[in-house]
Write a protein that binds this ligand. Structure first.
Ligand code: UGA
Length: 436
């Protein structure tokens, strides 16, 4: 099958590359000439483990190519994915769909007569209907279809999530689109017996938001239970295991921490609330999730203050891990940002280390000294705060870390370390969801 993917952001690039590795001929189209130039030379503009190699392999095999020329990219494509960004609109809470609509307008005169246009970008319910109208207003003839196929990729493990998904969701309004998409996903996923949920377009669109809102709620639930654990003397990790082994609950996404961040949960929960508001429906549990998570991110600074006996004025704090989670350079809505900014307002000096995210972090944070080396970062610090549980951070030698510090205080907001061991070494430990 020949596939065109419009947008070489995170979703477009990962999806296009993975389709190519399933043997399809894929052309990725983007207006950003610099990005396309780079990709043609094998320079991948995002940090995603394994993606460089996969792009290189598929490009070399002639299955994956890149262009700025939309007409050239769409020529002969039986499936056209729209995978452009849908950033949050400033102050509005909903998704900005202008890139999706622009893509629809531009592709309309150029697609093959019976192409299936698939919206992969995360879009509010009803967007597919509008895309259909936009294309229909330009294209009076032909039998094009518009389908929805949301992505469920996690940054950092996106390739595995694409090639070995728990499920695929397809929203179609006609039999031809169903057949084409079933062919696209059915064969490569047959051996894994991956369920493919075929539904209407509107259900598919909403499923994406429902899944992200549910996961955000699950994290918020365990975070609130963590607070309770701290007060009553329980251990949240063991509690999560005791709960999660019930198959109806599941153990994943029950790691308590400083609050969820990233480019998806904060944006998608807000967009879901906006849709619910537009339709006069209350989704109170998601409203509470959003409020609780925002408050939690701000409150984490107080945990640091408490661990330093109520005052951080003039203290030096080493922050290890800045990105919203490990294995990404993404700083969007990272809990590290409000935490650091609050500590600075309280008069602390911040030193920081992240294996990959420091360049992006330096564009957001000011008055922070960055260190490539975690031990150097901790030098003369009064406390070390773990915000992101990178593997390299988990593996730090605590005894060596302690030697560089002025005062051995460890605030572990991800429960990344064995706290008993840290205490034996001489650290005063403050953790999440356990009374230490
Ligand atoms: C999320 C979803 O997990 C994907 O399924 C979805 O496709 C994606 O959004 C999207 O909409 O594009 P992602 O934002 O990459 O993926 O990251 P997650 O791994 O879900 O983590 C989100 C946040 O929750 C991070 O800040 C992470 O630290 C936090 N988290 C996650 C916890 O605090 N505890 C957990 O147990 C799990």
């Amino acid at each position: 099958m020949k596939i065109a993917v419009i947008g070489t952001g995170y979703v477009g690039l990962v999806s296009g590359t993975c389709f190519a590795s399933w043997g399809h001929e894929v052309v990725c189209v983007d207006k950003n000439a610099q990005k396309i130039d780079g990709l043609e030379r094998g320079v991948v503009p995002i940090y995603e483990p394994g993606l460089d190699e996969l792009v290189e392999r598929n490009s070399a095999a002639g299955r994956l190519s890149f262009t700025c020329n939309l007409a050239e990219g769409l020529k002969g494509a039986s499936v056209v994915f729209i995978a452009v960004g849908t950033p949050p609109r400033a102050g509005q809470g909903d998704a900005d769909l202008s890139f999706v609509y622009m893509a629809a307008r531009e592709l309309a005169p150029l697609i093959d007569d019976d192409a299936v246009v698939v919206v992969k970008s995360t879009v509010p319910v009803g967007t597919g209907d509008i895309v259909q109208k936009i294309i229909g207003s330009v294209r009076k003839t032909g039998t094009f279809s518009v389908a929805s196929n949301p992505e469920f990729l996690r940054e950092g493990v996106a390739i595995r999530d694409f090639l070995e998904p728990d499920r695929v969701v397809i929203g179609v309004e006609d039999e031809r689109a169903r057949k084409v998409l079933m062919k696209l996903y059915g064969a490569p996923l047959e051996a894994r017996r991956t369920p493919i949920v075929v539904t209407q377009r509107r259900t598919s669109e909403l499923t994406k938001y429902a899944a992200n809102a549910f996961l955000a709620t699950k994290i918020t639930f365990i975070n609130e239970l963590a607070d309770l654990c701290e007060q009553v003397g329980s251990n949240v990790s063991e509690l999560a295991l005791g709960m999660g082994l019930d198959k109806r609950i599941g153990t994943s996404f029950l790691n308590a921490g400083p609050g969820y961040g990233g480019s998806c949960f904060p944006k998608d929960t807000m967009a879901l609330l906006r849709t619910a508001q537009d339709y006069g429906v209350a989704v109170r549990i998601v409203e509470e999730t959003v409020t609780a998570n925002e408050a939690r991110k701000r409150r984490m600074a107080l945990k640091v203050v408490d661990a330093l006996d109520g005052d951080v004025e003039g203290r030096t704090i080493a922050v290890l891990g800045l990105t919203f989670k490990p294995d990404t350079d993404d700083m969007r809505d990272a809990p590290s940002v409000p935490l650091i900014e609050t500590l600075q307002r309280f008069g602390a000096t911040i030193r920081a280390h992240d294996p990959v995210g420091m360049e992006n972090a330096s564009r957001i944070l000011s008055d922070v000294e960055f260190f490539d080396d975690a031990y150097e970062c901790a030098r003369n610090a009064d406390a070390v705060v773990i915000i992101t549980e990178w593997d390299s951070i988990r593996k730090l030698d605590l005894a060596r870390l302690k030697k560089t510090m002025r005062q051995a205080v460890l605030i572990d907001l991800r429960n990344a370390f064995e706290h008993g061991v840290a205490e034996e070494i001489g650290f005063r430990v403050s953790a999440i969801g356990r009374s230490t």
